[in-house]
Design a protein around this ligand. Structure first.
Ligand SMILES: Cc1cc2nc3c(=O)[nH]c(=O)nc-3n(C[C@H](O)[C@H](O)[C@H](O)COP(=O)(O)OP(=O)(O)OC[C@H]3O[C@@H](n4cnc5c(N)ncnc54)[C@H](O)[C@@H]3O)c2cc1C
Length: 465
């Protein structure tokens, strides 16, 4: 039996967990403030280094360009380190922001970072050429081949690697690339950042001048490396040894959809919550090479975890063939699509297609007045019908199955007017919505058009990029 826990609900009574939620919200605000202070403090330190390096009053156009190049270089390197930390799987950061929002920040930070690095290259070469009174071409060959500026060749290779990452991330190229190739190229960014390091202290005006400045710069890199190695290497490895997770059961749920029950040691110490997801790596032939995100489709019961996967691509199609007994590496839990994000007692849970997985888990544990809207294209796409009916009947929640295509009669399903018809008090409710990216975006837009305040909308889109 998948249904592990059903919490009785008292309609209209204030949630007894309210004060716990307020405490969580307070802790989140405090952590956000701390993070902002740490980021700002380093930014101020960098500007101070730059001013201290005598860049504020350049004596000529060439010196002015070089000064601007130094500032963009310092900030470009700083943002590159932030870029690494953003996806270092830092639990505090993940709990604060959410994995999906971190990936969006990562994308935008990456854009600004590369712009600054390109500006650094252009401004510095141009400025030095003017100061040295030679052409840009000659300046480049002096910088690369003259032996005057150490680390320039490695830095140039590093910059090339960063540009390759940007190239593969440009949407049009990205759509033509397999995810696995895109990901492999993306790993070059680490090498790019490492190679750029070699020219920073030996040639960076501000860092050459002061030992304290150079030590501060080294400390920034060391902390970033420590965070990366600890959270992305040591924690997953020790977790794998500690929990020894394995697939214990594979159950078909519908056409192309299977559930995997995963068991192991000390599963409760993973402290996973309904609504969260893990990055799963199955150590089976043809599957072990990549880790994929899948949400828990049942609330954790302390001894096992369940996921439910729809075969939509090469990896997900193989999941049904994974034999029981297969070892599993799981990174997580991640995500803030959880009960503690809600603001009131009344909730609408909206699932689009396979987005039902975390919604199904949330129904199991969410107290309060719940309405569930489950949108699918055909009857055959409905999974968990018996479980959903049983859970909702037991807890007094209402569930609506909304079946229809997107072009014919089904076009108006979950349109703002339809949402208001199904849930007249939707503006007073928290809305948790989940689905594949296009569906999640469409439902979110309609929910907002139905005038649900932004702070009451909590979305999980099944895409990290
Ligand atoms: C937070 C989250 C929770 C999810 N929960 C579920 C779930 O419960 N059930 C379910 O069936 N699906 C879920 N998904 C979607 C699932 O992760 C993708 O469908 C799956 O990774 C696609 O892999 P593929 O090789 O089969 O497909 P492909 O056709 O190779 O890829 C399709 C798209 O999936 C994404 N993708 C592919 N590989 C990866 C990867 N290794 N890591 C991240 N994204 C990747 C890319 O955007 C890619 O364009 C979830 C996604 C996210 C982000």
């Amino acid at each position: 039996m998948w249904i592990s826990q059903i919490t009785p609900r008292l309609r209209g009574v204030r949630d007894p967990l309210d004060s716990a939620r307020r405490r969580t919200a307070f802790r989140r605000r405090a952590a956000a403030a701390l993070l902002a202070v740490a980021l700002a403090a380093n930014a101020v330190a960098i500007v101070w280094l730059w001013v201290h390096g005598g860049n504020l009053h350049p004596s000529s156009t060439g010196a002015g360009l070089t000064s601007a190049g130094r500032l963009t270089g310092l900030f470009g390197a700083y943002l590159a380190l932030i870029q690494v930390v953003l996806l270092a799987r830092l639990p505090a950061l993940e709990r604060l922001v959410g994995f999906d929002r971190l990936t969006i920040w990562h994308r935008w930070n990456g854009h600004v970072c590369i712009d600054l690095i390109v500006a650094h290259v252009v401004l510095t070469v141009w400025g030095y050429a003017l100061v040295d009174k030679i052409g840009v071409g000659s300046e480049i060959s002096t910088m690369l081949g003259g032996g005057i500026y150490p680390g320039m060749i490695t830095a140039t290779i590093g910059t090339g690697m960063l540009l390759a990452v940007v190239g593969t991330s440009v949407v049009i190229v990205r759509r033509r690339l397999r995810y696995e190739w895109w990901y492999a190229v993306h790993l070059l960014a680490y090498a790019g950042i490492a190679l750029s390091w070699f020219h920073e202290i030996p040639t960076g005006n501000e860092l050459v001048l002061s030992r304290i400045a150079a030590d501060y710069w080294r400390a920034l890199y060391l902390v970033t490396i420590a965070v990366l190695v600890f959270w992305r290497v040591l924690v997953p490895l020790t977790g794998a040894l500690r929990h020894g997770l394995r697939v214990s059961e594979v159950t078909p749920e519908g056409p192309g959809v299977v559930s995997l029950r995963i068991t192991g040691r000390n599963v409760e110490s993973l402290r996973a919550h309904a609504g969260q997801f893990f990055l799963w790596r199955f150590l089976a032939r043809g599957a072990w090479g990549t880790a994929h995100p899948f949400s828990l489709s049942a609330a954790p019961d302390g001894t096992s975890l369940r996921i439910t996967v729809k075969g939509l691509g090469d990896h997900t199609a193989r999941i049904a063939q994974i034999p029981p007994g297969t070892r599993v590496l799981a990174e997580g839990p991640f995500g803030v699509f959880t009960d503690d994000r809600r603001r009131g007692d009344k909730v609408v849970l909206i699932a689009g297609g396979i987005g039902i997985t975390p919604i199904r888990a949330l129904i199991e544990t969410m107290p309060g007045d719940l309405i569930v809207l489950y949108r699918v294209v055909t009857e055959a796409d409905v999974i968990f019908r018996a479980e959903l009916d049983e859970l909702c009947a037991a807890s007094g929640a209402v569930v609506h199955y909304l079946v229809g295509d997107h072009i014919g009669a089904g076009r108006d399903l979950l349109a703002p007017a339809h949402l208001l018809e199904l849930v007249p008090d939707i503006t007073e409710r928290d809305v948790f919505l989940c689905g594949p990216p296009a569906m999640a975006a469409f439902i979110r837009k309609n929910v907002r058009e139905a005038r649900v305040p932004r702070r009451q909308v909590h979305a999980e889109r099944f895409a990290l990029i």
